[in-house]
Design a protein around this ligand. Structure first.
Ligand SMILES: NC(=O)C1=CN([C@@H]2O[C@H](COP(=O)(O)OP(=O)(O)OC[C@H]3O[C@@H](n4cnc5c(N)ncnc54)[C@H](O)[C@@H]3O)[C@@H](O)[C@H]2O)C=CC1
Ligand SMILES: O=C([O-])CC(=O)C(=O)O
Length: 308
């Protein structure tokens, strides 16, 4: 199993590290345009192999796509991150060009690969890859909901003073401060609805904190987060590589599901060896459906800024 990660920055390197530590891939190739950076990070990570007990071989390359040939899965993290006070949408001008050319170079050398898009604004970058490549829709996956759901569970556990392993919950919709739709009504602590433990006001606060999870970290760090994003990507990669049939909310191209068309947005999907094995349509109530519709309008407006 060969995995390429384009962008050896904060998220790319974290993602490579988690993939290696989980030890399910034979090879991870890191690629970056900055001379020597991918090679350096790959070497540094390889020097953790005997300490962390993995056999995955990590190599780095400066923009040589021939080294990525035959990748089963390729992750796109190349592009600029936001700074405090910015929205993810503001990154579109620079990141669209990068994501489009990276996807095309990857496919030249790995025509059968499954692409995972991470660069922001992620739903729109995923849509861009759908529009500019001829890959079937199951092989283009946007990562956002897995991360947002992890943050939702963190906030729920914090509010309930419960261990995170007790909590289950999911965030769908667009990966943006306003567009996320935390499914509070469906969230549970060991199968018991979270509304049994928390007041409606506290649950509102949990949802609000979840939605600005990325912005909160960006303010603290001066750039956006990387540990949880890297871990979330590694979870998707593992589900595909190991044909786990695991369910994650991912940005997927919709053709009528949830009443939406011609948009890539976060919905629950089953991930296995073919990428998106299927989209899961869960029953949403009127309020949840209205939030999803509003979220989709936001993503569509950003898609409208693309020049494709
Ligand atoms: N979807 C999600 O949930 C998340 C998305 N992100 C996004 O991921 C992206 C990367 O974030 P960070 O790793 O923190 O940024 P970073 O600045 O640390 O790393 C980005 C890397 O991309 C490289 N790069 C730029 N153009 C390239 C090209 N044409 N080919 C190859 N490499 C290229 C840069 O040299 C840099 O090393 C950002 O757009 C950020 O907003 C970050 C966290 C979560
Ligand atoms: O907040 C950002 O810009 C990066 C990101 O998407 C996240 O951490 O959720």
């Amino acid at each position: 199993m060969k995995v390429t990660v384009v962008g050896a920055g904060a998220v790319g390197a974290s993602c490579a590290e988690y993939i290696a530590i989980k030890d399910f891939a034979s090879e991870v190739v890191l690629l970056d345009i900055k001379e020597g950076v991918a090679e350096g990070k790959a070497m540094d990570l390889m020097q953790t192999a005997s300490l962390n007990g993995f056999d995955t071989r990590i190599t780095g390359t400066t923009n040589d796509y021939s080294k990525t040939a035959g990748s089963d899965i390729a992750v796109i993290t190349s592009g600029i991150p936001r700074k405090p006070g910015m929205t993810r949408d503001e990154l579109i001008g620079i990141n669209a060009g990068i994501v489009k050319s990276v996807a095309s170079s990857l496919l030249e050398h790995s025509p059968d690969t499954i692409l995972i898009v991470v660069s922001n604004p992620m739903d729109t970058m995923t849509y861009l890859v759908h529009k500019t490549t001829d890959l079937p829709k199951n092989r283009i996956i946007g990562m956002g909901g897995a991360l947002d759901s992890a943050r939702f569970k963190y906030r729920l556990a914090e509010a309930m003073e419960a261990p995170i392993s007790d909590i289950d919950g999911m965030v769908i919709g667009g990966h943006s401060d306003k567009g996320m739709v935390p499914l509070t009504r469906h969230a549970t602590r060991n199968s018991v609805k979270v509304s049994e433990f928390l007041t409606p006001e506290r649950l509102e606060q949990v949802a609000a904190d979840t939605k600005v999870g990325g912005a909160t970290l960006t303010k603290l760090l001066g750039t956006s987060a990387w540990y949880a994003p890297g871990a979330a990507v590694s979870g998707l990669v593992q589900a595909i590589a190991c044909d786990q049939n695991k369910m994650f909310p991912c940005s997927a191209l919709l053709e009528g599901e949830y009443g939406l068309n011609d948009i890539s947005i976060g919905v629950p999907v089953i991930l296995g060896k073919n990428g998106i094995e299927r989209i899961v349509e869960i029953e949403l109530d009127e309020a949840e459906m209205a939030k999803m519709k509003e979220s989709a309008e936001g993503v569509s407006a950003t898609n409208g800024l693309l020049q494709v």
